[in-house]
Design a protein around this ligand. Structure first.
Ligand code: UDP
Ligand code: MG
Length: 152
C-alpha cells in the first residue's frame, strides 16, 4: 500500500451514455485520489476480450464483450493510498443489487450486466490493465497541490 498505488477505472458504455462520467470522476476526486490518465475510447472487440480474458469461459462472456463494445468507454488511471482496494469500495459490489447505497453501482445501477463502471481487483491486474489501455506517456506523473492536506 503506497500513496502512488495506481488503479484502472473505466466508465462503461452505459455509464457514458447515461451521463455519469462527471459524477464517477467526482467520487474519486472527492475521496482524495489523483487523476493520472483519462481518455474516451472504443477499443474494439479484441481489446475487450483481452481485458476480460480471465472470464472467457463464463457463460456471460459474449454478452459482456458485446456490452463493453456498444459505445465509448471512459478509461482512467487513479492514484493514491490503497487505490486498488479503496477504488473497488467506491464502485460497490459486482451485482448492483448487493451494492451499498453511497457506492457508484449502489447509487446508479440495478443490473449486473449494466453496472456502469470497472475497477481493477488487485495491484497486479491494475498494472496489466493500465498497460493494456494506455500507451507509454499517456499516464502522467504530477504533484498535486492537495497532497499535503490529504496525506499525513
Ligand atoms: N458480469 C455479468 N454477469 C455476471 C458476472 C459479471 O454480466 O454474472 C459482468 C459485470 O459487468 C462485471 C463484469 O462482468 O462487472 C466483470 O466481472 P467481474 O467478476 O470481474 O466483476 P467486477 O470486477 O467488475 O466487479
Ligand atoms: Mg473484475
Amino acid at each position: 500500500m503506497s500513496t502512488t498505488e495506481q488503479t484502472f477505472i473505466a466508465v462503461k458504455p452505459d455509464g457514458v451514455q447515461r451521463g455519469l462520467v462527471g459524477k464517477i470522476i467526482s467520487r474519486f476526486e472527492d475521496r482524495g485520489f489523483k487523476l493520472a490518465a483519462i481518455k474516451l475510447i472504443t477499443p474494439g472487440k479484441a481489446h475487450l476480450e483481452k481485458h476480460y480474458a480471465d472470464l472467457k469461459d463464463k457463460p456471460f462472456f459474449p454478452g459482456l464483450v458485446e456490452y463493453m463494445n456498444s459505445g465509448p468507454i471512459c478509461a482512467m488511471v487513479w492514484e493514491g493510498l490503497d487505490a486498488v482496494k479503496t477504488g473497488r469500495v467506491l464502485l460497490g459490489a459486482t451485482n448492483p443489487l448487493a451494492s451499498a447505497p453511497g457506492t457508484i453501482r449502489g447509487d446508479f445501477s440495478l443490473a449486473v450486466g449494466r453496472n456502469v463502471c470497472h475497477g481493477s481487483d488487485s495491484v497486479e491486474s491494475a498494472k496489466k490493465e493500465i498497460a493494456l489501455w494506455f500507451q507509454e506517456g499517456e499516464v502522467v506523473s504530477w504533484e498535486s497541490a492537495q497532497a499535503k492536506w490529504i496525506y499525513e
